[in-house]
Design a protein around this ligand. Structure first.
Ligand code: PHE
Length: 341
């Protein structure tokens, strides 16, 4: 039995010292020290020993057990330390490797242009107004003096939500004139930018969704001269002091008289080129003196108050500001294009 115990001790110690991972070491602990292990198996034979031999063997068995337990513990500590070192090497972070640069976006060129425009108007005492894109036809047409039968109300031009043409995607920002008159105290000085919708095919100058900026002033004694002065000031701040403009007569149902404002082509200086389609001028906005009937429908006395309004195409303004040739570039969100601004 002594030999058996010594053999177990020798073999077990060798195996334990050779164990190279925690699972292997645990298997050895079970194999030698477990309830069904080799040491227990030997101890079960103690009953057959003489009374003198039993305590001697008992002592020896205990010392073997103690040795093996100590060896398992020490090896376990060694393996844990090795595992830690391995992880420290494997998971080490090289703080000297250059970092990944986070690509931060920037404002879309059209909104750069819009913000410039807002700044100019705010500086002149205007309030910026926001309003719904889903609008009542009453506000988009009727209250703007475009009655039943007006061509712009046609189904082929306008996105309606219902069969009786009462709710629609606004086709212009001009219903913001109505909303301002309904909600604000006189005098009124507002600018209202936003999206508008028309049934247009997409090409270099058209899109079914685009942006307009509405402007309106109502006060006592407001004249066409104020309209021209204000718009000329704005355009020169945007495009430079030497910008040349012209006002052409036009027609809108809600202004009288009405006009369109052109800027001289920045490419050819008015001679005519592909950018201005040979015209020498680029149309920028529609405007006019608010029709007395529009004021009346909003409960404003046109013999006391007068006003003017304009509606500007924001894409067109940004295209001129940044010399962009094709409207589609503004909506396509191609970073190669957008990152240039
Ligand atoms: N709403 C008109 C359009 O979309 C522009 C406009 C606005 C004209 C205000 C006059 C006054 O064409």
């Amino acid at each position: 039995m002594k030999q058996q115990l010594e053999a177990i001790r020798a073999a077990a110690l060798e195996a334990i010292l050779a164990a190279d991972d925690a699972e292997g070491l645990d298997a050895l602990r079970v194999k030698y020290l477990g309830k069904k292990g080799e040491l227990t198996a030997v101890l079960k034979q103690m009953g057959g020993l003489s009374a003198e031999e039993r305590p001697v063997m008992g002592q020896l068995a205990n010392s073997v057990r103690a040795d093996l337990e100590k060896a398992v513990e020490e090896q376990s500590a060694i393996l844990a330390e090795k595992a830690l070192q391995r992880r420290l090497v494997e998971e080490a972070v090289d703080v000297t490797i250059p970092g990944k640069k986070a690509e931060v976006g920037h404002k879309h060129p059209m909104y750069v242009a819009l913000d410039e425009l807002k700044e100019i108007f705010i500086g002149m005492g205007f309030t910026i107004l926001d309003g719904p894109e889903v609008e009542l036809a009453v506000n988009n047409f009727d209250r703007l003096n475009a009655e039943e039968g007006h061509p712009s109300r046609d189904w082929s031009d306008t996105f309606y939500f219902d069969t009786d043409s009462r709710v629609m995607l606004r086709s212009q920002t001009s219903p913001m004139q109505v909303r301002a008159m309904d909600t604000m105290e006189l005098p009124i000085r507002i600018v209202a930018p936003g999206r508008v919708y028309r049934k247009d095919e997409v090409d270099a100058t058209h899109s079914p969704m685009f942006h307009q900026v509405e402007g309106m002033v109502i006060d006592k004694g407001v004249t066409m001269a104020d309209l021209k002065g204000t718009l000329n000031t704005v355009v020169r701040k945007l495009y430079g002091e030497n910008t040349v403009t012209r006002f052409r007569p036009h027609h809108f149902p809600f202004t009288e008289p009405s006009c369109e404002m052109d800027v001289q082509c920045h490419k050819c200086g008015g001679v005519g080129c592909p950018t201005c389609k040979g015209e020498g001028w680029i149309e920028l906005l529609g405007a006019g003196m608010i029709h007395p009937r529009v004021l009346e429908m909003s409960g404003i006395d046109p013999t006391v108050y007068t006003g003017w309004a304009f509606g500007m195409g924001l894409e067109r303004m940004a295209m001129r500001r940044f010399k962009i040739a094709d409207l589609r570039l503004i909506f396509e969100n191609d970073v190669r294009f957008l990152s240039q601004f």
